[in-house]
Design a protein around this ligand. Structure first.
Ligand code: ADP
Ligand code: MG
Ligand code: MG
Length: 891
């Protein structure tokens, strides 16, 4: 015989917290609370299996359910001493839905079930309070009528309004027993008229009706949609809880409330919540009366705290709070009712909280000894941590929303509006805060993006240039804000009739995508205190190293501040865009001969050398991986005719030559074109110059500081062993030349970016020429899927919406395809060279689920943008703990 019904309360607890799959969260925790001695009104839970069976059998209940229900109810009757349907001492129950995870869309709770024309008289006699009894009856008809019978709730409100008008009363609380009696009469007539049936008087009919309504609500549109959006399978089903009523609305020594065991927005260890005297259930959230605070500490002068108003029940609740936290070892969200000064617990669950609260609660609880340090590390969601590393808008600050775009890079920023990268840079140098507003951005805007406090674009998605670069730089960014139109020529942006001119102030929130007119007050991030403590605990358990992608001294410093253990990707081309050098770069590209190129490269060498001196200096002996030039050359050339003319004049070059060269260089598929090591092989002098800059810088730092850096030189876009052999030989030759010239020597390695499927499949051969692999999963994703990130905006959102791709593969690594290639390459590489160093760079290196994947492949490190380093440190620790491979050094 299947057990369909599980009792709780009054010393008979058949459920436990771990049984939430069977009993739903609410039912499992009611049983758990009762079993640890907390005052829970007795009841029973009808299992989720009944829901599943009900739908599997064409909406029919199991045959033996009825008998089990009757037995469950008999136990409640015995415990309470009242009987269901009894005219003198009627038992009233609530019917409450409860799935494994709390789910909006499910049926609302029905209270006071069991009342009818006869039992209401019993309740009058038993309570000695006719007003309470008739009010309870009308509440029941109202809830059951709207929730179970589907009568529009306005119809009920009309009747109350009518009687209030008739009696000249304003508040519900002023109505007398006789008046509520009239309301009940009106309700019943109206229900009969709307449904064609009299309001059910038989308590058993009422009970089955409510139970069926709960199971029915599992398949209503709202619930189905919610499940689809949150990946909740329909097979989970919901449970139903039937529980003896306790009354918070029986007088001034009664109350009902909802609270958190700690402050869910700050995490502060203080009892936080609201209660209402002489009220029932949903009155607290309904907003008819203003709820009052729990703790006196939080009470304003005109408020009456529960601590003062009901000291005895409050003291009991404070004890329950401690018991619950000790038992569940987490912050709880609880619901309670006080009847005649006696406390009853009606619900507990782990409480939702802000990112800030989750950090504080985890660290506090570890310090209080409720959990250990590794548990604290597991408790904080790395994605939430991201929010804490950037300034955020003060929740209390006034604001005026202008428009909403995509939350492309977290953090908030205020500044004056500028429409060009050059102006952004110029004004920032004068110490102004600027927001760079562009229709979209391109590599030429990098300096302006760097100078800006925040970036707003009106086109492009979460993986647009603006979004990717902004995240990399840690700049807040709202992208694809289609509601805003930008007029460059008139230096104005507008949205919904509101105009903001260049020079006026705008605020963006990259965490929500909102854009505001004018300044909004901000809260600065806290990198010390709890944050530092949690990071320390995370570092003690993680196995993988965390490096940063950085090329500027500022980024490198930020990376170290956030705890990076080296640079995993220094993109040398970013150094080429600097206004002081772009001229030499263009001259090099325009040169038709090797000699001409060498002359231009000689101009670049000192800049590039200084870049590496700065980086090696800041990284003080930590590993630095430098990727040689990767993008196709045309990216460095001007595009519009006007720009071409301007650049040609400044270089003293012929405009037509320049235009022809730009045309020569343009490609149909630059991503798959003349780039990466293909450039290094066609123009060996470029990589030669870069290698020379690296070795000269390394030797100089080594001589100056006696801490020689260990450069790791990385060749991009290698598909074959031969490509790596050729470029490597060149680098080795330059190294020997430089060492001989300066009379000094440093250790270095040469490796490759693994970013093409062929490289993965032939990684054993490539490994013979490589000291390390760094997986370039951005390009590997593009080449594995055969899709270009720049063009994916047209279909990728649809693919994700339709579930064809479970997630955006540029945000989270595709474990089955791209991941499989990474795995193959790692195995083949290690097969040839057991100690080959393996890492990942690119956007995925800062994504928690991709980091979990990297742990499973056993990579040595992940590398991500400086601002994501703490996220990666935490995610790497969690991945290590989850794989069981974590080393617990916290003890
Ligand atoms: P929800 O899932 O929407 O929170 P609940 O089933 O928790 O719905 O019910 C909402 C409220 O109804 C509870 O917080 C409580 O105040 C009241 N309630 C539910 N069951 C009872 C009961 N047996 N006695 C008194 N009040 C109850
Ligand atoms: Mg509830
Ligand atoms: Mg690449």
């Amino acid at each position: 015989m299947t057990q369909w019904v599980y009792s709780f309360g009054a010393g008979h607890n058949e459920g436990r917290a771990e049984m939430r799959n069977l009993l739903g969260g609410k039912g499992a925790n009611l049983a758990e609370m009762a079993s640890i001695g907390l005052p829970v009104p007795p009841g029973f839970t009808i299992t989720t299996e009944v829901c599943t069976a009900y739908y599997a059998n064409g909406e029919r209940y199991p045959d033996d359910l009825d008998a089990q229900l009757r037995a469950g109810l008999a136990r409640i009757e015995a415990a309470v001493g009242n009987s269901f349907g009894d005219h003198h001492k009627p038992l009233l129950v609530s019917v409450r839905s409860g799935a494994r995870v709390s789910m909006p869309g499910m049926m609302d709770t029905v209270l006071n079930l069991g009342l009818n024309d006869a039992t209401v008289e019993g309740l009058v006699a038993a309570s000695g309070d006719a007003r309470f009894a008739w009010d309870s009856y009308r509440r029941f008809i109202q809830m059951y009528g709207s929730v179970v019978l589907g009568v529009d709730h306005h119809r009920f409100e009309e009747i109350i309004e009518h009687i209030k008008l008739d009696t000249g009363k304003n508040e519900d609380t002023e109505l007398t027993a006789a008046e509520w009696h009239r309301v009940v009469h009106g309700y019943k007539e109206m229900v009969q008229e709307v449904t064609g049936h009299p309001f059910p008087q038989d308590p058993w009919e009422q009970l089955w009706g409510a139970i069926t309504a709960v199971f029915g609500s599992w398949q209503n549109q709202r619930a189905v949609t919610y499940r689809r959006l949150n990946d909740i399978p329909a097979e989970w089903g919901t449970a139903v809880n039937v529980q003896a009523m306790v009354f918070g609305n029986m007088g001034e020594d009664c109350a009902t409330g909802v609270c958190f065991t700690r402050d869910p927005s700050t995490g502060e260890n203080i009892f936080y919540g609201e209660y209402l005297i002489n009220a029932q259930g949903e009155d607290v959230v309904a907003g008819i009366r203003t709820p009052q605070p729990m703790a006196q500490l939080k009470a304003k002068p005109d408020e009456r705290s529960m601590e003062l108003a009901m000291p005895k029940a409050y003291a009991e609740l404070v004890e329950v709070r401690a018991t619950l936290e000790r038992h569940y070892r987490d912050m709880q969200d609880i619901e309670f009712t006080v009847q005649s000064n006696k406390l009853y617990m009606l619900q507990t669950r782990s409480g939702k909280r802000t990112a800030a609260a989750s950090l504080k609660i985890a660290v506090d609880m570890a310090r209080e000894g409720l959990i250990d340090n590794t548990e604290a590390v597991k408790r904080v969601n790395p994605a939430a941590l991201d929010q804490l590393l950037h300034p955020t808008l003060d929740p209390k600050a006034k604001r005026k929303v202008l428009a909403k775009g995509l939350p492309a890079s977290p953090g908030a920023a205020s500044g004056i509006v500028v429409f060009s990268a050059d102006e952004a840079e110029a004004r920032a140098q004068k110490g102004e805060s600027v927001i760079l507003v562009r229709i979209e951005t391109s590599p030429e805007d990098i300096h302006g993006m760097h100078a800006a406090k925040g970036i707003l674009t009106t086109r492009g998605g979460m993986t647009s240039h603006a979004a990717v670069v902004a995240r990399g730089m840690g700049r807040p960014c709202v992208a694809g804000c289609g509601g805003v139109s930008v007029d460059y020529s008139n230096q104005v942006l507008s949205s919904g009739g509101v105009q903001v001119r260049g020079g006026e102030i705008l605020t963006i929130d990259g965490g929500t995508g909102e854009v505001f007119v004018g300044p909004v007050a901000m809260i600065e991030p806290q990198l010390s205190g709890d944050f530092a403590t949690l990071m320390e605990w995370a570092d003690q358990v993680r196995r993988m190293k965390v490096r940063a992608n950085a090329e500027t001294p500022l980024d490198a410093e930020t990376a170290r501040k956030f705890g990076a253990e080296g640079i995993g990707l220094c993109r040398t081309e970013h150094m080429f865009f600097d206004p002081a050098r772009i001229g030499a770069v263009r001259q090099m590209i325009l040169a038709e001969t090797e000699q001409g190129r060498r002359a231009a490269l000689a101009r670049l060498l000192p800049f590039q050398r200084q870049d590496f001196i700065d980086l090696f200096g800041i990284m003080a002996g930590l590993p630095v991986t430098i990727r040689l030039l990767d993008p196709p050359l045309h990216e460095f050339l001007p595009h519009s005719d006007a720009e071409i003319a301007e650049v040609a004049t400044s270089l003293g070059a012929n405009v037509d030559d320049m235009r022809r060269r730009a045309q020569d260089l343009s490609e149909a598929n630059p991503m798959l074109g003349h780039r990466g090591c293909r450039l290094g092989i066609s123009y060996p002098e470029i990589y030669e110059m870069q290698a020379r800059a690296i070795f000269e810088a390394a030797c100089q730092i080594g001589k100056d500081t006696h801490k020689p850096p260990h450069p790791e030189i990385m060749i991009p876009l290698v598909a074959t062993r031969r490509e790596l052999e050729i470029t490597r030989a060149q680098i080795d030759r330059v190294a020997q030349e430089v060492f001989a010239e300066v009379g000094y020597h440093v250790e270095y390695s040469v490796g490759t970016m693994i970013e093409l499927p062929r490289a993965c499949l032939t990684a054993d051969a490539i490994a013979e020429a490589a000291d390390f692999f760094s997986f370039g999963t951005n390009d590997l994703t593009q080449t594995t899927f055969g899709l270009s990130r720049d063009d994916a905006g047209k279909f990728l959102p649809l693919y994700i919406e339709k579930g064809i791709f479970p997630k955006d593969p540029f945000v989270s690594i595709d474990p089955d395809g791209v991941g499989a290639l990474v795995r193959i390459a790692a195995e083949k590489g290690r097969g040839v060279k057991a100690d080959i160093k393996l890492g990942i760079c690119g956007e995925h290196g800062g994504d928690p689920s991709s980091i979990t994947f990297c742990e499973s492949v056993g990579l040595d490190y992940v590398s991500c943008s400086p601002y994501r380093v703490p996220v990666a440190r935490l995610a790497a620790a969690q991945a290590a703990l989850a794989s069981g491979g974590g080393v617990d050094r916290t003890a």
